[in-house]
Design a binder for this molecule. Structure first.
Ligand SMILES: *Cc1c(COP(=O)(O)O)cnc(C)c1O
Length: 361
C-alpha cells in the first residue's frame, strides 16, 4: 500500500510547468498617489447609463446569465456589420483567443506570431498545446509580415497579427496584410487582434471585416476593454466565418460572460452611449498626438503609435527608468531588457510622465 508520504507528486503538463507568468501592469498601493499608465486602460470612469445598467443587472445575479449572450451577440453583429452566427463572445478577448486556439490547434502544431507582442500570446499558445514560433518585430516597431509569412511551415496552424501591435504601437497596412494573406495557405487561421481598433487613425490600416469577407481563414479579435472602458468587466469577442465561429463557441467556457458584463456591454453599444464613448476615444487620440509631439520635441524617435500607448525601446535601462518613473508618481509597464510601454491617460498623468521623460534626454 502506498502512503501519503511516498505517493508520487502530481505532475503538471510540461507546457504548464514552463509557462511564462503574465505580468499585469503595476497597481498603485493603498494611499500612494500614483498615475496608472501601466495597463492601457481607459482613464474615463463608466458613463452614468452604463453604471445604471450594471446596478440593475446586479439585482439578478442569483440567476445564470444568458449562456449564448443572445442580445449582446446580436448587438455586436449589427455594430460590426456581420451576421450573429459570426460573433462569439468571451470573458475578455484573452479568453476568446484561448478558445480560438483550442478550437484549431492540435498538440505540437505551430503558431506563428510577432515578438515582442502581447504577452498573453506565448501563454495561450502553450496552454492550447501549440508550439510558439516567434518572428522579431522590426526596429521601428512594425510587424515584419514577409518574415512571418516565410515562417509558415506545413506544421503551422495559426498566425497571429496584432494591429496595432502591443506594446510597440504601429498598425499593419492593408496592402501588406493583403500580400501576407495571399502568401499564407488558406487552411492556416490568421487571427487579427484588433484590441485598439478604435484608436487607429491611419488611413492605410486594413478593414478587418472586408478582409474576413474575402478570406474565410481570418478571425478578428476585438474587445470592450480599451475604447469602451469595460476592462474590469471582461467582454471580448471574435468575428469569424460561421463554421469557425461555431468551433470557437463549442470550446468556450459556459456562461463565460456574466449578466452584469452583458448588460454593461449592451448599454455601451446604445447609440447615444457609443457616441459619447467614441468622443472620449477622440479626446484620447488628441492627447496621444499632444504627448507624441512633446516627446518628439524632447528628441525621442519612437515608433508611430496608433494605440493608447507609446513604446520606448530602452534596452538594459528599462527597469531603472521604470523605477524612476514610479518615484516621480507614474506607473509604467517595463519589459526588462527590452523596453517600456506607457499608456495615454489623463492629461495630468501624461504631463507627469512627460516631465520624467524630459529628464532622460
Ligand atoms: C488589451 C488587449 C487585449 C484585450 O484583452 P481583454 O481580455 O479583452 O481585456 C487583447 N489583445 C491585445 C493585444 C491587448 O493589448
Amino acid at each position: 500500500m502506498t502512503t501519503a508520504a511516498d505517493s508520487p507528486i502530481v505532475p503538471l503538463r510540461a507546457a504548464v510547468a514552463a509557462l511564462p507568468a503574465y505580468v499585469p501592469g503595476a497597481r498603485p498601493g493603498a494611499g500612494a498617489k500614483l498615475w496608472k499608465l501601466s495597463s492601457n486602460e481607459n482613464p474615463y470612469p463608466p458613463l452614468p447609463s452604463v453604471l445604471a445598467a450594471i446596478a440593475d443587472a446586479a439585482a439578478e445575479v442569483n440567476r445564470y446569465p444568458d449562456m449564448f449572450a443572445t442580445e449582446l451577440v446580436e448587438a455586436l453583429a449589427a455594430h460590426v456589420g456581420v451576421d450573429a452566427d459570426q460573433v462569439v463572445v468571451g470573458n475578455g478577448s484573452v479568453a476568446v483567443l484561448g478558445h480560438v486556439l483550442q478550437a484549431v490547434v492540435e498538440h505540437g502544431d505551430e503558431v506563428v506570431y510577432p515578438w515582442r507582442s502581447f504577452e498573453a500570446y506565448p501563454i495561450t499558445v502553450a496552454v492550447a498545446g501549440g508550439t510558439s514560433v516567434t518572428v522579431p518585430v522590426r526596429p521601428d516597431g512594425r510587424l515584419d509580415l514577409p518574415a512571418m509569412a516565410a515562417a509558415v511551415t506545413p506544421r503551422t496552424r495559426v498566425v497571429m497579427v496584432c494591429t496595432p501591435n502591443n506594446p510597440t504601437g504601429p498598425v499593419v497596412h492593408a496592402d501588406e496584410l493583403e500580400m501576407f494573406l495571399a502568401a499564407v495557405p488558406r487552411d492556416v487561421l490568421v487571427i487579427v487582434d484588433e484590441a485598439y481598433l478604435e484608436f487607429v487613425r491611419d488611413p492605410q490600416a486594413p478593414d478587418g471585416v472586408d478582409l474576413l469577407r474575402r478570406h474565410p481563414n481570418v478571425v478578428l479579435l476585438r474587445t470592450l476593454s480599451k475604447a469602451y472602458g469595460l476592462a474590469g468587466l471582461r467582454v471580448g469577442y471574435a468575428v469569424a466565418e460561421p463554421r469557425v465561429a461555431a468551433g470557437i463557441r463549442a470550446v468556450s467556457t459556459p456562461f463565460g460572460v456574466s449578466h452584469i458584463a452583458q448588460r454593461a456591454a449592451l448599454a455601451s453599444l446604445e447609440p447615444a452611449a457609443q457616441a459619447e464613448l467614441l468622443e472620449r476615444v477622440d479626446a484620447l487620440v488628441a492627447e496621444r498626438a499632444r504627448v507624441t509631439a512633446a516627446l518628439a520635441e524632447q528628441g525621442w524617435d519612437l515608433p508611430e503609435t496608433h494605440a493608447n500607448f507609446v513604446w520606448f525601446a530602452l534596452g538594459d535601462a528599462t527597469v531603472d527608468r521604470a523605477a524612476e518613473a514610479r518615484e516621480a508618481g507614474v506607473l509604467v509597464r517595463p519589459f526588462a531588457g527590452d523596453g517600456m510601454r506607457v499608456s495615454i491617460g489623463e492629461r495630468e498623468a501624461n504631463d507627469a510622465f512627460l516631465a520624467v521623460a524630459a529628464r532622460w534626454r
